[in-house]
Design a protein. Structure first.
Length: 293
């Protein structure tokens, strides 16, 4: 039998990169962490860690078991929280992963509402791109994700989606009333590979491939480039609710991204998670975005 405490130790070493950091995170002594690793190696018959300079690193077998350990621990922690929540909403925990603009626009009023109605519920909020949030849901590291999906998105096995709202997409340029096709020859500002897929799709629908001259995932940087006349970009409305720079004109496009609440496993959701979902659904949708001059 694999001991859960020792699996938690291995997962902590993998997550924090050293015995010292794992010991601090778990509030153990370094000898205790080393002891648990040795006992886990004895139980599995596999070499899980090896020396690397003054520290250690995981062997391939150790990395494999650490990944599985993180999944197991996440599900056990989730089960523990669900059982605790069965006694009611006097106590409980909700771990939420959300992309940044929703985290700044939608989550604060929902979190404030939960705080007023259920002051003993503990909220853990983290910035997570939907790709990361989906994986965290499957691993049991979070209870709820706020994600965006487009029409070509395929379902994820085991993940349940609850539609929340449509988020309009805008063209950002130095003049209002323009279209994507007006900028087929312009320089474009795009995010990382995960984030630029939607921009490339919008431009492809308009009949051209954008010439990407600048790359940034920071909406402040992207808008600063637009304001300086260095290029154009697209941006969802919720991101513009967080920040709209002076000199940037936002023109709504005939495309939206759909915002969903995502949970994992069979219904019903734990009471505290369900309460936070209810609070999120009560948040008024953001209004239209204007332009600055």
């Amino acid at each position: 039998m694999l001991d859960l405490v020792r699996l938690r130790v291995l997962a902590a070493v993998a997550a924090h990169g050293s015995v010292t950091a794992a010991a601090e995170a778990l509030h153990y002594t370094q000898p205790t962490v080393s002891h648990h690793l040795s006992r886990l190696e004895a139980a599995t018959g596999a070499k899980l860690v090896q020396k690397a300079g003054r520290g250690i690193r995981l062997t391939p077998e150790g990395e494999l078991l650490a990944r599985r350990a993180a999944e197991i621990i996440g599900r056990v922690d989730a089960a523990d929280a669900e059982l605790a929540e069965r006694i009611g909403l006097q106590t409980g925990r909700v771990r939420v992963g959300s992309f940044s603009s929703a985290l700044s626009v939608l989550v604060p009023p929902a979190a404030a509402e939960i705080g007023r109605r259920y002051p003993n519920i503990e909220l853990e909020l983290a910035d997570a791109h939907p790709v990361v949030a989906h994986q965290q849901l499957r691993e049991g590291a979070i209870d709820l994700a706020i994600v965006f999906r487009y029409d070509d998105a395929t379902p994820d096995d085991g993940i349940r989606y609850t539609y929340l709202l449509d988020d309009p997409v805008y063209l950002l340029s130095s003049r209002s009333g323009e279209t994507l096709a007006d900028h087929r020859d312009s320089a474009w500002i795009a995010g990382c590979v995960n984030c630029r897929r939607e921009l490339l799709g919008h431009c492809a629908d308009a009949g051209f491939t954008p010439r990407i001259a600048y790359t940034s995932d920071d909406i402040v940087v992207e808008q600063a480039f637009v304001a300086a006349g260095l290029g154009v970009t697209t941006m969802p409305g919720m991101a513009l609710r967080s920040h709209l720079a002076e000199g940037v004109h936002a023109t709504e496009l005939p495309v939206v991204r759909r915002i969903y609440l995502a949970t994992y496993g069979d219904p019903p959701d734990p009471p505290a998670t369900a309460a936070f979902i209810e609070a999120l659904r009560s948040v008024p949708p953001p209004g239209p975005v204007g332009s600055t001059t």
